[in-house]
Design a protein around this ligand. Sequence first.
Ligand SMILES: [Zn+2]
Length: 394
Amino acid sequence: MQTNCIKNLLDLKDVFIKNVKNLKDKIEIYVELPHHEQICPYCGAITSKVHDYYTQTIKDIPIYFKPTNLIYHKRRYECKNCEKKFFENNSIISKYQRRTTRLTGFAINELRNLVSQADVARKTNISPSVISKMLPYLAVTNSSLPRVLCIDEFKGNTGHYKYQVALINGETHEVVDILECRQKHSLCEYFKNFSQEQLDNVKYFVTDLWETYKDIAFTYFRKAKIIADHFHFARYACNTVNDIRISVQKNLPKNQRKYFKHSRKLLLSRQCNLTDEQKDELSYILINYSEDLRIAYREKELLLDIIHSNDDFETKSKSFSDWVKRNLESPVIQLQECAKTYQHWYTEIKNSLEVPYSNGATEGFNNKIKVLKRVSFGMRSFKNFKARILLLNR
Ligand SMILES: [Zn+2]
C-alpha cells in the first residue's frame, strides 16, 4: 500500500520501489522492474533467465528542492538460444541517458523563465555544460513565414556581432526567428532558403528606416507591401525637437539652465498626456526660448496626430503629404532634413497609415532580452542565446 502511494506520488509506473533514502544532501529512490519474459534482441527467442544485475544512477526531478536520484537495479538477461546477454526493456530511461526524460522536460521548462543557465543547472541538478549542450537542440524555428513579418534589430552583443535581428509575426507577436547579424549578405543567405511560395506568403513587411531591409524586401518579398514602422519614423521628428532643445540649453547662461531641466520630458511627451501644471511649464518654455523649438515642437505634435488619428486613410495620407511639403520648406533646417528622410520613405510611411501593423511588439521583446542578458551576465554563444529567446517567447 505504502509503495503504491510513493509510486503514484513519483508517477513511476511499472516499477517496484525497493527503498527511499532521504539523505542530508540528496534523495535516493531504489527501483527495480518486475521479472518478465524478454524477447532476445539478437535472435528473437523468448527468455526469462537472469544473468546478473547492474546498478545505474539516474538523475530525476528534485523532490522538495533536493537533488533526487533513481538507483535502478537493472537486470541483464541471457538468451537460452544464442547465449547473448542483454539488458531488460524499460520505460524509465532511454539508452545512453543518465537522466530521466521528465527531468529533461523540467529543465526545458525552467529555461523558459528569465533566469540564468547556472540557476537552471542548480535547480535541476544537471551540470551547466550539459544544459549548454542541450540548448542548441531547442532552437527550433518555424519553417514558414507569417503574413505580417516584422524585422527589427536589437543589441544582443552575442557571437561575433553587436546587433542581432528579430523576425516577429506582426499578428500573433510570436518570434519567428533570431538571426545572428543584420548585414545584407547574411540576411540574403537566410531568406534564400525559403521557397518562392513561402516568401510570397508574406503580405506585409514591417521595417525601420534602414536601406538594407528595404533592399531585402524588394529582392525577396515581391508580393509584400513595405510598411515603415511608425515608432521608428516618428522618432526622427522627436529627435529633431530634442536636438534643438539641446542647442538651446547649451546657449543658456548657467543661472537659467535650471528652469530648463524638465524640458526634455515636457517636449517629448505628447501634449495630451501632460498635467495642467506641466502644460503651463511647457508653454513657458515654448514662448520664452526659441522660435525653432516652438515650430519643431508643433510639427512633432502634428505628425503624431496624423499617425494616431482615427481618420480614414485618404485623410491621413493627405495630411501626411501636407506635412512633408510644408516642412521641406521649413525655416528650421533640422525639420527640412526630417522631411527629406520622410520623402525618401514616402510610400512606406503612407503604407503604414493604412494598416495597424508596427514593430511595437518588439518593445516587450527587447525588455525581456535585457533582463536575460543581465541575469546571465551576457550570453557569448549565439546558438544558446537564440534558443533561450525562442523558449522565452513561446
Ligand atoms: Zn538470442
